[in-house]
Structure formats: structure tokens, C-alpha cells
Design a protein around this ligand. Structure first.
Ligand code: ATP
Length: 465
């Protein structure tokens, strides 16, 4: 049995302010810090550029996003399997992949204050087509033509060094006791290499048949020249990747299907369609057949990459076959035909997804700030309140309800401050339902359940929760 009860202040739609109407990212950054979603990395030491820590609510939201991704991309598909490969890999891997020679961004330094900029991104801001695949000479020429329009973001002067390509791989001394570190073990520059390395293992052990995919979520590290825009460009991040292996030349149909599926999945997370758009790469690397990004409209920054969907031909497996000497050809079990599969890749930064989901869930009106996260993604599913904290019977009953629900859901117990304040706190972290235990509960075992989005309250039996 559920009874509706009067609500004092329903949401006024006219007074809603959304992020796009405000300064941009500032509100999200402030909410994230204030409510324990994201903290600057090494905060008590003054931080470190491009590094962030996920706080108690942040890690819940991040884990929910990862679980949702895993369920949608791996578990609910008959033709995909999952993987979790080691972060460190044989140094040859990064030579084979091309990262040691050409995983670099063009950098210029302000001669006045030593601030560094990423030249291709600065040129893009001026509407000049440039990307990291250009040679140092090509990008240097473009920079010379346009540098009079590029001011140092720090000292505002315009005294730049010539652009130099800077390799983004992060080195370690794992297993090296020589101090020369001539053949370093790199931290992963991207997560997907582990999938290529295990292609043969998966084929040999898991009864998979082409076409099939392997997915994994893994850490990536990049010596980004100018980390910026909060979680958008960090030096340590997580990538969720799928690699779909197809027969050579059988790439077109699955590629279009994968593009559509990823778009639909982003919408299913509550990301607004008007904030997404497709961007096709103009300057393809020599082996690629096609490359598209799904871009998100980051507040204060505009449309930029959220996910890459790339048609990569047989490049990755061919390179690893050449460098490792291991036969990575696939043998068709029906025809006996042997070939190197082509690969269709999806790759997305979990931090950028986290940001997009938070931005589109965010709403502020004159009464409150609220995150309209779907119940599946919300960090806390139920908040349980005793009406008064100095009434032991209410507290005891509320603890019983909390224990009952928390065996299945992530719940929060809060007995601090008046009920209105407690509702506001939960609204800010996106808790879908708040449950209040009051004196009537002690009589009839009913509680008040308040809905985050409508602020409507109903009376319901504990047994029906
Ligand atoms: P960008 O052009 O923005 O530097 P990219 O093309 O180098 O990105 P990929 O190497 O294709 O990116 O990586 C796949 C995904 O990983 C991107 O779509 C993005 O979501 C994420 N990603 C890449 N670099 C970063 C970073 N420095 N911080 C956070 N996420 C990142």
C-alpha cells in the first residue's frame, strides 16, 4: 500500500538552470570537490598536474559506469569476451605498436615563463587543421604562420620556441637494476595492446569464432604536455576498449553497426543527444580504413572527443606477428583458410564518460542542486533517515531498515541536521530515494519515501520497500 502525501515545494521547471547556461565546468568541479566525487591528486601536497583521485561517491559512480559498460559490451553479447591484461608489457610491444617511434605530440615552450602548449590543439582553436600525425616540419611551418595569434595562457606573451615532438610514453625501471634503463618497461600508453597480445590465447582456449570481440578496461598513462579541463585530459586515466576481429574486407557492415550501438549506449546512460556529435578523421594513418570520434559538448570547452571508433585493418596483429615472430593468423575451422583478421576498435576514456554523465545529470534551480542520475548509475540508491537522532527507538528502527536495504544496495544512513537539509545533500549526489522513519513508523511500520526528481513523498509499508 502506498499513499501520496502533500509536498511543500515541487520543482519549478521555469527556474531550472542547466550547465550550458552557466560558466561551464566550474559548477561541476566545485560539486565534485564539495561532495566527495573527485579530489585533486596529492591534494595535501598542493596537487600534481593531470592527476585526480576518485572520492567515496566518485568511485561508486565510476564503478557503476564500468559495470554498465562491461554488461552492455561483453556479458550481453554472445560474440564478445572480456580480459584483464597486465599493465606492464615486454618493451618490444611498444616498439611493435609504433608508440616508441611515433606516439608524440608537438610541443612549444614560452621563452618568458616556460609554460608549455600543445601546438596542434592551439592551431585547431584558431580553425587551422593540424594534428599530432604531422611531421615536426609540417607543424612547424603552420605554427610559424599563426603563432602571432597564440598568446601564452600564463604570461600572455608571444615568445615561443619552435615546436618539437615530445613522446608521451611514461617510462619505468621495472626489472631494471642497471640505472642505465636503456630498454625501459613502459607504463601502458593505451589499454588495448593487451587484447592484441592475447588474441591467440583467447582463440586457442575459448572456442571463439571470427567475427568476435575482446573487451577490457585498463589504465593508460601519458605524459600529456598540457593536462587540462579537469578529467578531460589527465596523465593517468582508464580506457574501456573493444577490439572486434573480422575477416579481411568484411569490415563495413559490423563497423556501421558498432558505431550505432555505441551511440545508443551513450544515450542510455542519460547523455543528451544534442550534446553528442560525430566527427570523421580527415587525416587517416596509412593503415586505417576509416576513423570516427563521438564528441561530447563539454561545458566551457565545446565539442571534443569522448570515444574513438576506428577501422584499423590488419595493422595491429601484423605488427605483433612481425616483432614477436609468433604466428597470429586465424585458421577458419570450416574452410581451413588462414588470414590475419582485421580489427574494429572502440576506445573511450572512463574519466571523459564520467564527466559527460555528470554534466548532463546536473541541474540547479533556486532551491537545490540535483543530479538526475539513473538509479543504476547513482552512487547511493537509498538514504535512510531517522526523523530525530536523539530518539533511540527511531534510530534503532532506521538502522534495521538500513541493514535490510544495504544487503542489496549501496545505501547511506544519515541522522544529521533537519530533514530538508538531508534531502538537499542526497539530491546533490543523485540519490533516487530517501526513506524517513518517524513516530508513525513505530506504530504501523510505514515510512515516507521521497523521490529525488519530483520531490514527491509517499507513505509505504517497510515490507514493500
Ligand atoms: P586526444 O585527441 O583528445 O588526445 P586521442 O585521439 O589521443 O585523444 P585515443 O588515443 O584514441 O585518444 O584514446 C582513446 C580515448 O581515451 C579517447 O577517446 C579519450 O576518451 C581517452 N583519452 C585519451 N587521452 C586522454 C587523456 N589524456 N585523459 C583522459 N582521457 C583520455
Amino acid at each position: 500500500m502506498a499513499t501520496k502525501i502533500a509536498v511543500k515545494s515541487p520543482l519549478s521547471l521555469n527556474n531550472m538552470i542547466q550547465l550550458k547556461d552557466m560558466n561551464g565546468m566550474d559548477e561541476i568541479v566545485s560539486l565534485c570537490k564539495r561532495r566527495g566525487f573527485i579530489f585533486p591528486g596529492s591534494d595535501i601536497y598542493g596537487g600534481m598536474a593531470g592527476l585526480y583521485d576518485f572520492g567515496p561517491y566518485g568511485v561508486e559512480l565510476l564503478n557503476n559506469l564500468k559495470q554498465n559498460w562491461w554488461k552492455h559490451n561483453i556479458q550481453q553479447r554472445a560474440d564478445y569476451v572480456g580480459l584483464d591484461s597486465a599493465m606492464f608489457k615486454n618493451p618490444e610491444v611498444w616498439k611493435a605498436s609504433g608508440h616508441v617511434d611515433s606516439f608524440s605530440d608537438p610541443m612549444s615552450e614560452c621563452k618568458e615563463c616556460h609554460t608549455r602548449i600543445r601546438v596542434d590543439k592551439e592551431l585547431e582553436k584558431l580553425g587551422v587543421f593540424a594534428d599530432e600525425k604531422m611531421t615536426e616540419a609540417e607543424i612547424g611551418k603552420l605554427f610559424d604562420e599563426h603563432k602571432s595569434k597564440i598568446k601564452c595562457p600564463n604570461c600572455k606573451k608571444q615568445n615561443w620556441t619552435a615546436p618539437k615532438k615530445f613522446n608521451l610514453l611514461v617510462k619505468s625501471n621495472l626489472g631494471d637494476f642497471t640505472e642505465q634503463n636503456t630498454d625501459p618497461a613502459y607504463l601502458p600508453g593505451e589499454a588495448c595492446q593487451g587484447i592484441y597480445l592475447n588474441f591467440k590465447n583467447v582463440v586457442d582456449t575459448c572456442r571463439v569464432k571470427i567475427p568476435f570481440g575482446i573487451g577490457q578496461i585498463g589504465k593508460a598513462f601519458r605524459n600529456e604536455i598540457s593536462p587540462r579541463n579537469f578529467l578531460f585530459r589527465t596523465r593517468e586515466f582508464e580506457q574501456a576498449d573493444t577490439q572486434y576481429f573480422v575477416r579481411p574486407h568484411k569490415n563495413k557492415e559490423p563497423y556501421e553497426r558498432i558505431k550505432q550501438e555505441q551511440w545508443d549506449w551513450l544515450l542510455s546512460l542519460g547523455i543528451k543527444e544534442e550534446n553528442l556529435k560525430w566527427h570523421q578523421h580527415e587525416n587517416l594513418v596509412f593503415y586505417a580504413k576509416d576513423a570516427w570520434d563521438i564528441e561530447y559538448n563539454y561545458p566551457g570547452n565545446g565539442f571534443d572527443e569522448l570515444m574513438g571508433i576506428h577501422d584499423r585493418s590488419d595493422y595491429d596483429l601484423s605488427q605483433h606477428m612481425k616483432f614477436s615472430g609468433t604466428d597470429l593468423e586465424y585458421r577458419d575451422p570450416m574452410t581451413g583458410e588462414k588470414y590475419i583478421p582485421w580489427i574494429l576498435e572502440t576506445s573511450m576514456g572512463m574519466g571523459r564518460l564520467f564527466l559527460a554523465v555528470l554534466c548532463d545529470a546536473y541541474e540547479q534551480n533556486e532551491e537545490r542542486t540535483v543530479l538526475h542520475l539513473s538509479p543504476e548509475l547513482a552512487p547511493v540508491k537509498y538514504a535512510v533517515f531517522p526523523l530525530l537522532k536523539n530518539k533511540p527507538d527511531l534510530v534503532k528502527k532506521a538502522k534495521e531498515v538500513f541493514e535490510m536495504l544495504s544487503s542489496r544496495y549501496n545505501c547511506e544512513f544519515d541522522d544529521n541536521g533537519n530533514i530538508g537539509k538531508r534531502y538537499r545533500r542526497q539530491d546533490e549526489i543523485g540519490t533516487p530515494k530517501c526513506i524517513t522513519i518517524d513516530f508513525d513508523t513505530l506504530e504501523d511500520d510505514t515510512v515516507t519515501v521521497r523521490d529525488r526528481d519530483t520531490t514527491e513523498q509517499i507513505r509505504i509499508n517497510i515490507a514493500d520497500l
